[in-house]
Design a protein around this ligand. Structure first.
Ligand SMILES: O=C(O)CCC(=O)C(=O)O
Length: 182
């Protein structure tokens, strides 16, 4: 089971335009166990997103983000109803090893991850056996990584701090959440 990686899902001008449009969203840097989280976030979805002891209230879809969701659907299928946006200000921002496997997330649905701005390494490793078998993807601006249904139950991923200085990067992770009552 491998992710599908498309390096030039968006052209450079398309990636730049989308990046400029999402900068105006209401970004927040949350706290985890009293410490600032090493990235900023925006959640667009049908209801509040509760994870890692935190709650992100939903923002509204923008026409630009909806258009990308529809392009992903047209090319790879899927019925995405939410997106978590992460903004990494510089090389020190990161996300540690985890799976996107919250109970409310539809595990029978893929997760599609679009990158904008600075290139960053994205590591993937199996959850159970041989955690040292790490695969690396370099997520360049305009690239799309689609993790298939069931992937989160078998693999973890992370974006480590970068060893070399880099500029800001934004990632949009499209998902499908179950109905709030499930
Ligand atoms: O920034 C990325 O590429 C990964 C984001 C991520 O791990 C997540 O949203 O769960």
């Amino acid at each position: 089971m491998n992710p599908v990686f498309v390096e030039s899902f968006l052209t450079p001008p398309e990636a730049e335009t989308l990046l400029a449009s999402v900068q105006g969203l209401c970004w927040t840097r949350g706290k985890f166990r009293g410490h600032p989280v090493p990235r900023e976030e925006v959640w667009i979805g049908p209801y509040a997103y509760k994870f890692s002891g935190r709650t992100l209230e939903p923002a509204s879809w923008t026409p630009e983000v909806e258009a990308i969701r529809d392009r992903i659907r047209a090319r790879f299928g899927g019925d995405y109803n939410s997106v978590l946006l992460n903004r990494y200000a510089n090389a020190q921002d990161s996300v540690s090893w985890h799976s996107d496997d919250e109970q409310k997330m539809d595990s029978n649905h893929p997760i599609a991850s679009l990158s904008l701005g600075a290139s960053r390494a994205f590591f993937v490793r199996p959850i159970t056996k041989n955690k040292k078998a790490v695969q690396t993807y370099i997520l360049t601006s305009g690239s799309l990584l689609v993790m298939p249904a069931g992937f989160q139950q078998r693999y973890q991923h992370c974006v480590p701090k970068s060893q070399t200085p880099c500029g800001s990067r934004v990632n949009l992770t499209f998902r499908r959440m179950n109905s709030e009552k499930d």
